[in-house]
Design a protein around this ligand. Structure first.
Ligand code: UDP
Length: 239
């Protein structure tokens, strides 16, 4: 029998750092292709996939502001960094034969069409992967918050947060060998324990919308697919 997805529509949050692989900066081609394959495998199950892409591999507003730059200006630069990543991601999808569309929250109409919710939903219904660029389009926010926002808007059943670690741990697993991974944890407990799932704004939005988050490793082969199939993988943060 065909393997059945637990979800009909998902929102995947890919950080810019995920695209770096082991490089210090920018986009690593092999890593990009691997991520595209992971997304393609899930789309092939018939799951509708939206992707919010970060920009931290190129520019972060906080880093710019720390050198004296105006914070809002630095944040707009960060959003433009996500536009670069979105273009790289969608082109890699095109090369892999995945039908993808990109929409941007900032107008860069010569290269990417603007974000239009109804159109994004129609693309998803047509089986196209939709990549959301430029975060929320507003400074002082993050692409995690954009993931919570777009996830809510498109009616995703879950936000899949791709990270370098395979879930949420009781302590930093790199520093503390006794750290344990949570299989499930409530929003309230994640917030009260100050666990680094997403930033507070993103977490609050997901909690308000009862939109669960699954934290999983993008570097573990097949992890995204296993999460989608409902197998034990990563950590589910829930209401
Ligand atoms: N950013 C912003 N508003 C948004 C999303 C992102 O101003 O709605 C800026 C912010 O400066 C951020 C940068 O874009 O540092 C890159 O996004 P983020 O740090 O979330 O990327 P990631 O950590 O996922 O790579």
């Amino acid at each position: 029998a065909a393997q059945k997805s637990r979800y009909k529509r998902i929102l995947v949050k890919l950080s810019g750092e995920a695209l770096m692989g082991d490089d210090a900066y920018g986009i690593n081609r092999d890593t990009l292709n691997r991520i595209v394959a992971e997304i393609g495998a899930v789309a092939a199950l018939g799951v509708e996939v939206g992707v919010v892409i970060g920009g931290g591999n190129i520019f972060r507003g906080v880093a710019g502001a720390s050198t004296g730059m105006d914070r809002a200006t630095a944040d707009y630069m960060g959003m433009l960094a996500t536009v670069i990543n979105a273009m790289a991601l969608s082109d890699a999808m095109r090369q892999a034969g995945i039908n993808a569309r990109v929409q941007s929250a900032l107008n860069v109409e010569q290269v990417i069409e603007p974000y239009i919710r109804g159109k994004a939903i129609r693309y998803l219904e047509e089986g196209k992967v939709v990549v959301f660029a430029a975060g929320t389009g507003n400074p002082f926010f993050t692409t995690d918050t954009a993931a919570a926002l777009r996830g809510s808007e498109i009616g995703a059943e879950v936000v899949m947060k791709a990270t370098k670690v395979d879930g949420v741990y009781t302590a930093d697993p790199v520093k503390d060998k006794s750290a344990r991974r949570y299989e499930r944890i409530s929003f309230d407990e994640a917030i009260s324990r100050n666990l680094k799932v997403m930033d507070a704004t993103a977490l609050a939005l997901c909690r308000d919308q009862s939109l669960p988050i699954v934290v999983f490793s993008i570097f573990k082969e097949g992890a995204l697919r296993r999460v989608v199939l409902g197998e034990s993988e990563g950590t589910m943060v829930h209401s």
